[in-house]
Design a protein around this ligand. Structure first.
Ligand SMILES: C=CC1=C(C)c2cc3[nH]c(cc4nc(cc5[nH]c(cc1n2)c(C)c5CCC(=O)O)C(CCC(=O)O)=C4C)c(C)c3C=C
Ligand SMILES: [Fe+2]
Ligand SMILES: [Fe+2]
Length: 349
């Protein structure tokens, strides 16, 4: 990520008196945005992050008068410590895995496509660095046009729409707004499907067992959101179908399940944890799990699937269990991001 000082592209217009503000202009920005993650695993960092995340009305649609007392009371009293313990198990030297991989993706994409006039950076929807701070920073560096790319292959109002809501909320506070493009989902972009298929196939080829099934486990959302029209469910099924077609798998070899249930209501089914518990009893003892809703490994893959999920499957009688890594900062990931960025930048650079 070039960190050119804004002054580099800033100058006083020719007509201007000496006290006229300098104006930075002529650049284009690409802002990669992922979900967000806590700054640390301690109680207050976790509480701040969970409070921001779970106060988002795209995520929890209950009216705030009903929801906030529950959130600020029991949930934010107990969940920060419990989730903090889970984060501690996966925390990397440089920080939370989601932040580390997203930062590396932005750095590597900048090496590929960045230039004096094309600046690549990243932000987080919840926590730091915020979308608003990065849009301001890009504008200060002279970006008059910014392509904002939510790093979710499948569209959901809870994720994709939330990123773009916050983008427009940030623009709403700016006197001189940059032009902004928001990227559509990339569920059926051949570059994404091929990258996913290639990485799964390489992972399986490197195993010392032959899996009897591949479980494609996606983060869930409440079933009510599907009923109200959220396309996420269909796009998850589409991902599984396209990967299975790309790899020539028999129908039924890849299964679609949904993980990370939150709260007492029904979420998208079948549930990943229940499936992991049931599969050995149905004769499936050798399993590979993939998480295609996540571009980067995070708590939900490294702890919930690779640790808790493994225990569930093995305790139920499984004999072989392996988790394919997310695309992270691999060459394949950067190929996908480059294709996405070029798609969104068409006509701008
Ligand atoms: C496809 C991506 C995601 C969807 C859809 C999604 C929906 C969703 N999530 C929650 C509640 C929580 N999710 C949490 C962590 C988390 N969620 C995603 C992605 C999606 N969420 C990621 C990448 C992560 C991990 C972030 C990281 O730092 O590694 C958490 C926090 C952890 C915990 O306390 O369990 C919560 C809470 C809801 C309610 C929801 C849809 C309504
Ligand atoms: Fe989530
Ligand atoms: Fe569907």
């Amino acid at each position: 990520m070039p960190d050119a000082a804004s002054s580099e592209n800033a100058s006083r217009p020719p007509h201007a008196p000496v006290d006229h503000p300098a104006i930075a202009r002529g650049r284009v920005g690409v802002l990669l945005v992922n979900l967000g993650t806590p700054d640390g695993t301690d109680y207050w960092s976790m509480r701040r992050y969970l409070s921001e995340f779970l106060s988002d009305r795209r995520v929890i649609e209950l009216h705030p008068l009903l929801w906030q007392p529950i959130l600020q009371g029991p949930i934010l009293t107990f969940r920060p410590s419990k989730s903090g313990e889970a984060y501690k198990k996966v925390w990397m030297e440089e920080g939370s895995p989601l932040l580390v991989y997203t930062r590396r993706q932005a750095e590597r994409l900048a090496e590929r496509i960045g230039s004096e006039n094309l600046i690549v950076d990243f932000a987080m929807n919840y926590g730091n660095p915020s979308i608003a701070s990065k849009i301001e920073a890009l504008k200060d560096k002279g970006c008059e046009k910014i392509a904002v790319i939510a790093l979710y292959p499948q569209y959901s109002a809870t994720t994709t729409a939330s990123v773009y809501d916050r983008t427009f909320r940030a623009l709403g506070k700016m006197r001189w707004q940059p032009a902004v493009r928001t990227a559509a989902q990339f569920v059926d972009m051949p570059d994404y499907i091929n990258a996913l298929a290639g990485s799964i196939s390489d992972h399986i080829a490197g195993l010392d067992f032959v899996p009897e099934r591949v479980l494609m486990s996606y983060h869930g959302v409440p079933k009510a959101y599907l009923d109200k029209g959220d396309p996420y469910h269909c796009q998850c099924h589409k991902t599984t179908r396209l990967v299975a077609e790309a790899l020539g798998w028999d129908s039924g070899f890849a299964m679609t399940t949904f993980q990370s249930r939150f709260g007492p209501t029904e979420w998208l089914q079948p549930y990943t944890d229940k499936t992991l518990e049931a599969l050995p009893g149905e004769g499936v003892k050798k399993l590979v799990v993939v998480s295609p809703a996540f571009i980067s490994d995070c708590l939900e893959t490294l702890e919930e699937i690779a640790m808790e999920g493994r225990d569930t499957f093995m305790e139920a009688g499984g004999t072989h269990f392996s988790v394919a890594p997310c695309l992270n900062d691999s060459d394949r990931a950067i190929d996908v991001l480059e294709a996405l960025a070029r798609r969104e930048l068409a006509g701008w650079v």
